[in-house]
Write a protein that binds this ligand. Sequence first.
Ligand SMILES: Nc1ncnc2c1ncn2[C@@H]1O[C@H](COP(=O)(O)OP(=O)(O)OP(=O)(O)O)[C@@H](O)[C@H]1O
Length: 307
Amino acid sequence: MNTPTAISIQGVSKRYDDLQALNNVSFDIYQGEFFGLLGPNGAGKSTLISAIAGLLEVNSGHISILGSDVRADYRQARQKLGVVPQEIVMDPFFTVRETLEFQSGYYGVRNNTAWIDELLEQLNLSDKADTNMRKLSGGMKRRVLIAQALVHKPQVLVLDEPTAGVDVELRQSMWRFVRRLHSEGHTIVLTTHYLEEAEELCDRIAIINKGEVIALESKQDLLARGLGSKLHVRATHAIETVPEEYQSRVTRLAGNELDLTIHRDSDSVMEILDRLRAASIDIDHVSVVNDSLEDVFVRLTGNQEGK
Ligand SMILES: Nc1ncnc2c1ncn2[C@@H]1O[C@H](COP(=O)(O)OP(=O)(O)OP(=O)(O)O)[C@@H](O)[C@H]1O
């Protein structure tokens, strides 16, 4: 693949006292990707994002944004990058518009009123432009964070759990806007605990666990990994017993309904159904449900804390 690199992460390690938060992390994110960074709580995602933003001194390794090193060429790298942080820190006495103007000044951007107006409109904030930040709801503050990250029109946008605690309607309108930015050529990096969101939006996904990258694949490849699927069987009568060889795979047995985990590569569904029939299970209906990203994530990280 010859696509230019948007974010290059090379051999990055970070230690907090005796805790290794990042351990020799290396991967590239390409221009125009919608990239997902997933992992359970405490995996090291926010540490990596702070390092990408050039806000954290790492113990070893290098990170660059479109060729600019985030430490050595901090100002250039920051011009190319917008980061929507997880935590809301804002001056409560500024209005929404003042907040965005102040942020523009920080990047040395002037005369960008038209772009600020567009951001306000796209994020449904136009009627709040002159409202003080302290009077906004949490969801509205999150929208201002996104606008703030975009005032200087960065090529690369990193969103650290932007939809935590945001209602469904707002989440959808935020994603519409982020998708539009992506379709216009922006590189988007997303961390989220809503795995269905990552499944819907991201082209490629890295899973971090205990400071290490444990998977880095296209979403399709990740979803095709491992066991793969669930076989759902409905019988015409209550199912009394399941053949012994399948008992360890039963995830649900209730009345005439039975769920079994199956391995897409090595199991023959027809053979399983034949054996169930031979065990006097009169099959009425069968369906195969593929693993979700959440199933794969839980299997790879071995816990459910990332939910
Ligand atoms: N400033 C700090 N000092 C000491 N330890 C820290 C500091 N910041 C983070 N850690 C620890 O480093 C590890 C990685 O934390 P980090 O916030 O990067 O994880 P995360 O993947 O973003 O988690 P979450 O999903 O909960 O936001 C955790 O064990 C955390 O407690």
